[in-house]
Ligand binder design. Sequence first.
Ligand code: ZN
Length: 83
Amino acid sequence: MILTVFTDSKRLSQCQSCGALITFAELLSGKTMPFNGRAVGKEHASLLQSPRDVEDIDTTKYPSHFATCPQARHHRRGRPERR
Ligand SMILES: [Zn+2]
């Protein structure tokens, strides 16, 4: 699947559950997605409805971390972790 994200919204982070390197990026829909690793997409010209640069992320190379995180159930519960 190809997901189009805003290039200026990308930021590297770490999963708070498993510590994996992830790239947060804002989708055209406004939702933020964590991609596995340092996600690099194919940049292309701005869309007519937006002056911001966008790029296409290939989710076969950079899957959503929600789908692959070994601690995924923590994401869904959204509960603070006990330490
Ligand atoms: Zn994780």
